[in-house]
Design a protein around this ligand. Structure first.
Ligand SMILES: Nc1ncnc2c1ncn2[C@@H]1O[C@H](COP(=O)(O)OP(=O)(O)OP(=O)(O)O)[C@@H](O)[C@H]1O
Ligand SMILES: [Mg+2]
Length: 282
């Protein structure tokens, strides 16, 4: 067993080696056909290596779910895809271009809807935020926001304030606000984690439908293996300390999926067994 110090030094060496390795790859192209990709991506906070040489490629219109234990670096990974933080090593691409900062083309939905909505703005004005930055006139902003709210079953609460809505409705508003950006990629960080089981299931179906309709590419983080299998075209399992990819499963269940019958399909159960085994063994 290594002492803390020795472990720290070993990690440091590892990070240096990764950096050197990455220099060689710095100009490598992203995998062909990938809308979003990362290659040789490592992330350290101080001495601590949190993500270790992650390679991921997300296809156009794909719904990719990422599961892993708490602290394995899922949120960090999503923030890197969003361009909110730069990696310690490796490259991230969006549509063939290196990600060097945030972009309207990549919207992020946070778990904490309470803090992501502006409490002093009505529901429709929260949704219309994206249109303001595009310089669209007020009447048009309102009409567009209401069209989206209609799609999300929220039109009747358009004039309410976020604090007057249930958790599930607030999370729907946050999703509507992100869709208003018309992003090519939707990055979702445990968006339904704080919701009760029934609300969670109806939002799962809603996001699956919206993703199917708009052909947006989705990267969806969750703790919940069943949620990952139910929603995903593929599921990537991460292990912790340091965060690394241990398995990628192609789900292959037909769409549209059904909360009752899909979850009873032999393939669904087989995926669940496989992922459960992987994640509890580590
Ligand atoms: N800005 C930061 N500074 C220092 N350490 C950080 C920072 N952000 C994350 N970490 C550390 O990186 C590790 C991974 O954090 P992250 O939030 O990405 O995990 P997670 O998989 O999303 O966890 P959870 O499932 O609990 O949300 C944690 O140990 C965390 O303490
Ligand atoms: Mg997290």
């Amino acid at each position: 067993m290594l002492g803390d110090n020795a472990q720290g030094e070993a990690r440091d060496d590892e990070v240096m080696a990764i950096r050197a390795d990455d220099q060689a790859n710095a100009f490598a192209a992203p995998p062909p056909g990938a809308v979003l990709a990362m290659r040789g991506l490592s992330m350290s906070f101080g001495q601590r290596l949190v993500l270790d040489r992650i390679d991921l490629a997300v296809a156009d219109g794909e719904f990719l779910c990422i599961v892993g234990p708490s602290g394995c670096g899922k949120t960090t990974l999503l923030r890197l895809f969003a361009g909110l933080v730069p990696p310690s090593a490796g490259t991230i691409w969006h549509e063939g271009r290196p990600v060097e900062g945030p972009s309207r083309d990549r919207a992020i939905v946070f778990q904490d809807y309470g803090r992501s909505l502006l409490p002093w703005r009505s529901v429709w004005a929260n949704v219309a935020l994206a249109y303001e930055s595009q310089g669209i006139a007020r009447a048009e902003r309102r009409a567009r926001a209401y069209a989206l709210l209609e799609r999300m079953g929220l039109a009747r609460v358009g004039e309410d304030f976020p604090g007057q809505l249930s958790g599930g409705m607030q999370q729907r508003v946050q999703i509507a606000r992100c869709l208003a950006q018309e992003p090519r990629v939707l990055l979702m960080d445990e968006p339904f984690g704080a919701l009760d089981a029934m609300t969670r299931q109806s939002l799962q179906d809603e996001i699956a439908r919206l993703a199917g309709e708009s052909r947006v590419t989705v990267v969806f983080i969750t703790h919940d293996l069943e949620e990952a299998i139910y929603l995903g075209d593929r599921v990537v399992a991460l292990a912790a300390n340091p965060g690394r990819v241990v398995e990628t499963i192609a789900v292959g269940l037909k769409r549209p999926r059904d909360q009752l019958t899909t979850r009873e399909e032999p393939a669904f159960l087989a995926h669940r067994h496989r992922l459960f085994g992987l994640l509890v063994e580590r």
